[in-house]
Design a protein around this ligand. Sequence first.
Ligand code: EPU
Length: 418
Amino acid sequence: MSKFLIKGPNKLKGEITVKGAKNSALKIIPASILSSDEIKITNLPKIEDVDKAMELLSDLGANIDKKESQAKISTDTIKKTDINPKLANKFRASIMFVGPLLARFKEVSFPHPGGCVIGAGGRPIDLFIEGFKAFGAQIEQSDGLYRLKTEGLKACRHFFPLISVTATETFMMTAVLAEGTTILENCAMEPEIKALADYLNSCGAQIEEAGTPNITIKGVKRITAKDFRVIPDRIETGSFAILAAMTKSELKITDCEPEHVKALLVAFDKIGIKFETGKDYIKIFKNKKLIANSIKTHEYPGFPTDLQSPYTVLMTQAEGISIIHETIYDRRLLFVDMLSQMGANIVMCDPHRVVINGPSKLYGKKLTSPDLRAGIAMIIAALSAEGTTEIDNIYQIDRGYENIDERLATIGANIKRI
Ligand code: EPU
């Protein structure tokens, strides 16, 4: 098993390019099922989760020609609609294949999807089951599998009791081929949803107001396929910005969309981090003193839960008391135990809130990455800590950050994969 060895503290400098968004790539790959035409995807991040999605699609019978960050996918060769439980068990986003398979082939079977520790204990899929029922699908559950069938999906007016990114995307895709006009209410508004809708519209779908709480979709008989460029990863963008702030470095983050990390930049203003933004870059300037600033995670455009862990690390270096309130996931703050071991002064009030009293000097330790975002947060902590940090279970980091060690080394990080 590989590990990262990081010797800190490091000063970083130069430019780092942001890769394509994991959470956009993981939706466009299943969206390829909606049409039998060939789709060409560019700017695909080279990460484990994308490989798993491709493996699952290939197992269904699709033809995939993937080279570096490009892939051509033909789904006219799909032979089955049973999602392989072994593959689905490896990642939560396997659920994204269900809607497109049901919409095009009228049947699908799948297990409860797997995933990392924030999803352990059966992160629920009730929103999906309720949604498919609303479209008129028949659902049976036996032998650990859900079996969905329809004689033709019917459009519906559907209200999501909870705001969910993947449920919004699933039913937006499902409605594209359903008969009639669907109205989805209380939708998530993430940029990846708008990017998916824009792509589907360019292929002949009729989706209106994606990126707002209420989305209207007029069903069509068929759509074609076009080229899609994966949008920049806003979580990678924010993680690099926090890394620069944490190591008191000047860093230019390129090929990104500053508008997509507004909540973080507003927090930077309060903390005292100076930065400059352009159309596709953010430049973080060297900072001296950081001021504590509390945050509460929120659906987009609020402060993203996926940046909570790196931000929590940053607050260990800020002067004063900050409260981090994680509202989306039950287990995403548990990693702070490792920051305490490194020397941070953190008190856990309950599974959703921690209080940080900073600044504290951090020291290198032996750590294990419990999930993707806590993993990058540990790298950020290690790069500013005194001494050597060893991070185990880095598979969890490779899931979502392309060649992170090599890319960070180019800006001066002392990080090795062993
Ligand atoms: N939820 C339910 N029932 C459901 C679905 C979700 O109760 O049927 C709950 C979840 O347990 C959670 C909340 O609703 O408490 C919101 O979850 P959501 O469904 O929005 O999350 P998701 O769509 O599964 C996506 C991203 C996550 C990101 C969240 C929130 C993808 C593949 N994943 O997940 O990304 O944290 O939205 O923004 O798009 C990550 O990249 O590290 C990651 C976890």
